[in-house]
Design a binder for this molecule. Sequence first.
Ligand SMILES: [Zn+2]
Ligand SMILES: [Zn+2]
Length: 416
Amino acid sequence: MKHTGKVSKIPVIGFAIIAAIALSAVLLLTGCEEPESAHVHDEGTWVTTLPPTCTETGKKELRCTVDQFVLDTGTIAALGHDYGNWTATLDSDISKKICSRDQTHQLTGLTGTTRFTFEPIGETATAYSVKSGTSTTDAIAIPDYYRPDAQSDYLLIMEISEWAFNGSLDITSITIPAGLTKIGNSAFNNCTSLTSITIPDSVTSIGSSAFYNCTSLTSITIPAGVTKIGDYTFNNCTSLTDITIHAGVTEIGQFAFYYCTSLTSIDIPEGVETISNYTFYYCTSLAAITIPAGITSIGNHAFQNCAVLISITIPEGVETIGENAFEDCTGLTSINILEGVETIGTFAFWNCTSLTSITIPASVTSMGVRAFSGWTTSQTINVPFANDNAKPEEWDTYWKLGCNAVIKYWNGSAYE
Ligand SMILES: [Zn+2]
Ligand SMILES: [Zn+2]
């Protein structure tokens, strides 16, 4: 009604113009629903709507040649690279193959052992693993192929061996070839100048301690095919602010992010089953973390000294909160422990002095010694039993030793 009111106030000519515009708009709209045209669509021709590239599929549409009506859609397979022959480069020991479709697609082949040493993979050497690298250059690029001499065949470089670049203090960046599948244990241990590494999607295994003490590394993406982040993998990566872990990872090892003091947030994908001992110990910048559904236990010391962690929810399904798990999480103002947790370890919440209260669900049948040590009179602990004598057998006699918090007991309908 508001609209007609407005129209009545403008002159008649204006109204006529508006009416004409409105009418033509209506005609235009209904034009889209014209009755079945006289022709029957022909078999049509396929028209490429998105050309495929070497690695990406394209799209196509089957269109009637008379009115371009889309009869069907389909995909066009990726073309694959079209590499020619090996050609020499200015570096006498490096050859290249260049893709005819895209000059940026290149394969490199190394002859001899001037830059790296290699070990064969398999009894009959079907591929090579980089055994060690020199650290005389800042940026290193691992080639795609290797052959010991010009008479041998090039074979793919598929692995980086254990300790391969251990203590290479000068390396600042590493390029890993697209065919590599495995990074061995301690491969980049103590590469303290390493700031940048891109791990290609082909990598499915990253060994334990692989990036131990890479104190300059700021960001890393774990490829989708990797299922396990091993023990100590990023231990003491004190500059690491950013890490992306794709769904598919089911295991994060002990000490994996120990002392990652710059890490501000991390998404743990669903599918991970446990948070191991010391995994996020001393991550003093970690302000946000989500513990996904599916986690069944939080290890000993898992979040100890995460001093700026503000809020945490222990999801349903978690049965155990380990010893010292949240010790010295002095910034924690909110913790929500859902029903299902059965065990809370010794010193689990020691010095969590910013929490105003915590509610222990009735499912907790075991409570360790001094679990709330350091708590003050301004804090409250809600416990799921009516008085001290009614506490479950496995609540330790000294569970509240060192704790001055107000204890409120469950009277059947409220905490008092
Ligand atoms: Zn047609
Ligand atoms: Zn290509």
